[in-house]
Design a protein around this ligand. Structure first.
Ligand code: ATP
Length: 223
């Protein structure tokens, strides 16, 4: 029987096997830049979307596959009453302890990779013209560069990011700025971009940008 580890390795190598057969696009951007909005628009145009942030949430939701492993490693006080990860408590712990962060990632990263590969293979089977991997910390992680064919960066000013995140959540300006400071800078991200989606204006303008991006990605198929 395949263990979780061997299954993960097999699915990862299957994921690399997609390279050259279907365009593999990485989509990243800072917090609140508009990654989800852009990927929703691309999905409407027919793109196959694999959202690694969503997967990370699913595996730590009630009954998620990471829950029992997290409970074993960190204790039941890190599991909320509904059976999900106590995100608040874990965020505080890993913010102050790099060892705890590493230990959490040792549990979650292989599970995220495994589910990412499963979804990608399925979307390819279903006939998606290209695949978009939404990865918030793609620049910071370094492990995606060899897999993807093009990197798309969703870009807006820091002020816009702060405004959007504060509107959407109950975080204070100071808290959003702390998150921003822990992420790659706007300049660093743009340095790695093959394609940039400018998301400083209206949603209407963004729609036009995304349509343009879709056409550019389809061109890769003809190269
Ligand atoms: P996170 O990193 O936190 O997951 P994200 O990069 O996925 O965020 P979104 O969730 O797409 O960003 O957008 C952040 C917020 O800003 C959402 O409430 C979204 O509706 C809003 N938003 C995104 N783009 C625009 C825009 N062009 N005009 C107005 N609001 C926007």
């Amino acid at each position: 029987m395949a263990t979780a580890a061997t299954k993960s390795t097999t699915e990862q190598s299957n994921l690399s096997a997609l390279k050259g057969h279907i365009p593999l696009i990485g989509l990243t951007g800072g917090i609140g830049s508009g990654k989800t909005t852009v990927s929703d628009l691309l999905a409407k145009l027919g793109a196959g979307i694999v959202d690694t942030d969503l997967i990370a949430h699913q595996i730590t939701a009630p009954n998620g596959v990471a829950i029992s492993l997290i409970e074993k490693q960190f204790g039941s006080e890190f599991i909320a009453a509904d059976g999900a990860l106590n995100r608040e408590k874990m965020r505080t712990l890993i913010f102050n302890s790099p060892e705890a962060r590493k230990s959490l990632e040792t549990i979650t990263h292989p599970l995220i990779r495994q589910e990412t590969a499963r979804q990608a293979l399925q979307l390819n089977k279903d006939g998606a013209p290209y695949l978009v991997f939404v990865v918030p910390l793609l620049i910071e992680s370094g492990s995606w560069k060899d897999l993807i064919d093009r990197l798309v960066v969703v870009d807006c000013t820091k002020e816009t990011q702060i405004k959007r995140v504060m509107q959407r959540s109950n975080l204070t300006q100071e808290e959003v700025e702390r998150i921003l400071a822990a992420q790659a800078s706007r300049e660093e991200r743009l340095k790695h971009a093959d394609l940039v989606i400018e998301n400083q204006g209206s949603l209407k303008k963004l729609e036009a940008e995304v349509e343009n991006l879709h056409q550019k990605i389809l061109q890769i198929l003809k190269e």
